[in-house]
Design a protein around this ligand. Sequence first.
Ligand SMILES: CC(C)(COP(=O)(O)OP(=O)(O)OC[C@H]1O[C@@H](n2cnc3c(N)ncnc32)[C@H](O)[C@@H]1OP(=O)(O)O)[C@@H](O)C(=O)NCCC(=O)NCCS
Ligand SMILES: CC(=O)OP(=O)(O)O
Length: 333
Amino acid sequence: MSYIDMIKERARLDKKTIVLPESNDKRTLLAAARIVEEGIADIIMIGDEEKIMDGAGWLEVDLSKVTVINPKTTPKLDDYVNLLYETRKAKGMTPEKAREILLNDYLTFGIVMVKANDADGMVAGACHSTADTLRPALQILKTAPGVKLVSAFFVMDTVFKDQGENGTFLFADCGLNQDPTPEELAAIADTSSRSFKSLIGPKPVIAMLSHSTKGSAKHALVDKVVEATRIAHEEYPHLTLDGELQLDAALVPSVAKSKAPGSSVNGHANVLIFPNLDAGNIGYKLVQRLGGAEAYGPMLQGIAKPVNDLSRGCSWQDIVGVVALTAVQAQLV
Ligand SMILES: CC(C)(COP(=O)(O)OP(=O)(O)OC[C@H]1O[C@@H](n2cnc3c(N)ncnc32)[C@H](O)[C@@H]1OP(=O)(O)O)[C@@H](O)C(=O)NCCC(=O)NCCS
Ligand SMILES: CC(=O)OP(=O)(O)O
């Protein structure tokens, strides 16, 4: 069974309700139909029911089992206005602004539904930038208890079944934190280890990636990863983690032996922590587009409730996968 089929099976065991607010996006409509058909999650779409059903008609898909909420007609609007106002009033939110936002911004509407426990999670980003998708989620849902930093990871299901966890890896941060400090990189390694255990496999082996292996290059960029590795060892001593490592020293045992003898990673990394968002975002797209991997994400970790993003380049199948993963995250909240 493929990785994502296993995740779908887990999602079906305790069905959750996921909001897909981008009801004007064809891939989202196709995904919604498939998700309900396969029993992966119950789906709520936001918008005008007639338009959504017209779209379904054009695409020849059945959305009769999807719940549609229209912000303009829902009796819950006043409750949501109050919730958004209360959550953001210290940041200048007024009841009038909250109403205006909720009537016009379906992403924020979906996030407020999750905050109000009227849905278990949300997936969006097929036709919104990551910044526009994640900003309201961070502002309204905030971090999970005990977590300082939210970060974004991809589940990468590669064709290399003898590597990673049966070919599956976690890559972070590929979507949110642009230039994490050493402390933040160490924290990303820790939350990535937890995400790996909950979604991929029992034994995360974490590589702190760099263009240098164990001092082979000198530069401030290298110093940052060396310091992040030191902090990770100090703060999270239970992790199997090493750095600074080049990608080949992280993934190829023979290269690890020559470049980083004695490394606890030893060429068997299944969690790759990138030094910044340029490396992470370019890295995941290379593995997806030239390496033929399935890429599910950007998934958020460290946020209070599951809200996940998509690439604007996603397929409808990617959306189905991210919804299944979101439903499993929701089972674990
Ligand atoms: C997401 C992003 C827009 C947030 O930055 P921003 O718009 O400047 O927003 P701010 O820094 O003002 O943060 C907004 C809120 O989110 C919170 N926040 C931002 N980043 C956070 C993080 N990593 N963890 C936890 N909270 C965070 C802030 O504390 C702030 O909360 P507050 O308003 O209650 O004080 C920004 O990090 C970004 O653009 N990241 C890159 C996204 C991207 O393009 N990725 C590539 C494609 S995947
Ligand atoms: C994850 C990502 O890169 O998103 P987008 O392609 O939408 O910028």
